[in-house]
Ligand binder design. Structure first.
Ligand code: HEC
Length: 132
């Protein structure tokens, strides 16, 4: 009788030990991407040279010149520079593009541009990020 009780107790302790050794890993979700601008069926085609580069030239090249902070955003060099940096422009999931995330609300470059600038950049990426 005594030893059966002991066995039971030992089993209980063993089971408790098994459970106590379980750990739980929490998967911390990625911070959500900024919301994309609405898609309009009559969305205007964004021209890189006509709408994107002028923003870079006016607002970004002070710091993103040749030999300065990457990407180089100087006219004639910016497209090549952006495309050579991994993750900078993601045409599959435009909202994941580092360039857009930096320019959008909450991004560290948002202080240098407007939300409209960020939205145009998003649209340009969504339209295939062409050197047009
Ligand atoms: C006053 C200087 C300054 C201006 C103006 C500026 N940037 Fe930046 N930029 C930086 C610095 C410094 C970093 C690196 C730190 C960071 O990522 O916040 C950076 C980082 C970046 C990055 C990320 C690079 C990487 O490797 O992840 C992008 C993209 C970018 N800037 C785009 C822009 C755009 C677009 C503009 C214009 C709207 C702009 N920047 C204006 C200084 C500037």
């Amino acid at each position: 009788m005594q030893s059966r009780t002991l066995k039971k107790l030992m089993t209980i302790f063993f089971v408790l030990f098994l459970f106590s050794s379980c750990t739980r890993d929490y998967i911390v979700p990625e911070p959500p991407s900024p919301p994309p601008p609405p898609i309009s069926p009559t969305e205007n085609k964004i021209s890189y040279s006509g709408e994107i580069q002028p923003v870079f030239t006016a607002k970004c090249t002070l710091c993103h010149g040749v030999g300065q902070t990457a990407p180089v955003l100087v006219s004639g060099k910016s497209y090549q520079s952006l495309m050579s940096m991994s993750g900078m422009v993601d045409t599959v999931v435009p909202g994941n593009s580092i360039l857009y995330k930096k320019m959008a609300v909450g991004g560290s470059m948002h202080q240098y541009c407007t939300t409209a600038n960020a939205d145009s950049t998003y649209k340009w990426i969504r339209q295939g990020a062409k050197n047009n």
